[in-house]
Design a protein around this ligand. Structure first.
Ligand code: SAM
Length: 398
């Protein structure tokens, strides 16, 4: 059920109107709000939104979408202008740019993203009970909102951007992601839910599908998948013949999603999904973990699968591995070195955590990611992404 604890109020037709407010990011209701319709120009909207004024849309729904696109273009413009200005400017500007470390570039990039999000989140949409949008040419979003918010018998207001994210997640959930490491002949699809890490990059999954299983598996055919997300790695291991796989996660959306995928693939006999912090009880012959790759603070709950503050999950996985492995068992850590290229974590730090956990590195298999962002030269993180390597680290107690 959606959390509608907060209220938003405004004046309309001489009356004060109160309704429920919701933001997945935990954004508070905007303090200044105007009623807006198709007469609002993008320039005026951009100026007001930059100053912190939100718009409750009463016009045509498709025009609201266009307004959001126009605001997005404007929100990206200052960055381009700055770059141009900087290119043309003096040596001082060159020096300033050259003195930025990759970590500075990453932090500036995140700052710019969050400023942009603050502006773009100012276009608000009213939604009636049962997730009906009372606007002209509005799509039917009932099913998409039901999946994320559950049944709802009150009206509420959310940002258009959040709504479009929910609609796009609904489409992915219907269509699924093709996983070539799943057995041909079956569905070979994983259906990600809203807010759950989507296995769009196949490379790391292929590593888990092709690395030889540890010797301990011959006697104890049990594996754990720590932080299972959609359940994709648990499913791959079960299809490789592991008799019992336990996938763990802490996020209720991931748990629901993983269970649905395991059911859909007909793997319920082999795979159990449990709600726990890191390790389930007991031991396994193989323990895989693909923690969020970047040690940074998530700015919203849906970023928790990407950012691991202070590398907590990574360190927790390493620290607990030894006590959860059978003799001759292995831990497989899936980790990209993007954090190293961004100066957020060094290789020496990672090796020191492995060592402190009394673990040996038995081997490391590398792969180069091929996702579209690697090709985007305008991406401020391009050089780090181009150099990125994803590895499967085979670990065992000393
Ligand atoms: C990068 S995603 C990986 C998902 C999936 N294993 C995959 O490879 O596609 C990391 C997952 O770890 C989960 N997670 C984060 N901290 C956790 C913890 N302390 N215990 C269990 N799961 C956790 C997140 O909810 C998320 O689903």
């Amino acid at each position: 059920m959606i959390d509608l604890a907060e209220q938003i109020s405004w004046t309309e037709g001489g009356n004060t109107v109160n309704t429920q407010w919701h933001s997945e990011k935990g954004m508070p209701p905007p303090k200044k709000l105007l009623i807006a319709d198709d007469t609002l120009t993008a320039d005026a909207a951009y100026r007001l939104a930059s100053e912190g004024t939100a718009f409750l849309w009463r016009g045509d729904f498709q025009n609201a979408r266009q307004l959001l696109q126009a605001l997005t273009r404007r929100a990206e413009r200052p960055i381009k202008r700055n770059r141009k200005a900087i290119n043309a400017k003096t040596k001082a500007a060159d020096d300033a740019i050259n003195s930025l470390t990759p970590r500075d570039v990453f932090n500036l990039h995140r700052q710019a993203q969050s400023q942009r999000a603050r502006i773009l989140d100012m276009v608000l949409i009213p939604i009636d009970a049962n997730h009906h949008i009372p606007l002209r040419r509005a799509p039917d979003v009932t099913e998409a909102c039901m999946e994320v918010y559950g049944a709802q018998n009150q009206s509420y207001v959310i940002s258009l951007r959040e709504l479009l994210g929910i609609v796009s997640a609904h489409e992915w959930r219907k269509k699924g992601v093709l996983i070539d490491s799943l057995k041909a002949g079956g569905s070979q699809r994983i259906y990600p839910h809203y807010g759950v890490f989507s296995p769009l990059r196949g490379e790391y999954i292929r590593l888990v599908a092709s690395t030889p299983l540890p010797a301990a598996m011959k006697t104890e055919s049990i594996a754990f998948d720590i932080g299972t997300g959609t359940g994709v790695l648990a499913a791959v291991l079960a299809q490789r013949g592991v008799r019992r796989v336990i996938g763990s996660d802490q996020d209720p959306r991931a748990l629901g999603c993983a269970r649905a995928n395991i059911r859909q693939l007909g793997l319920e006999q082999a795979v159990e999904i449990v709600s726990t912090n890191l390790y389930p009880s007991g031991k396994a012959s193989l323990i895989v973990c693909n923690p969020p790759w970047l040690p940074a603070r998530p700015s919203s709950p849906i970023e928790r699968a990407i950012y691991d503050p202070d590398s907590q999950m990574l360190k927790g996985f390493l620290a607990g591995l030894g006590e959860h492995l059978f003799a001759q068992g292995e831990g497989w850590l899936i980790l990209s070195d993007l954090a190293e290229h961004l100066g957020l974590r060094s290789r020496a730090e990672l090796l020191s955590w492995i060592d402190a956990a009394q673990l040996d590195v038995l081997g490391k298999v590398d792969t180069k990611p091929h996702h579209p962002k690697v090709m985007d030269e305008k991406d401020p993180l391009h050089s780090a992404r181009k150099a990125e390597v994803t590895s499967l680290w085979r670990l065992a107690p000393k």
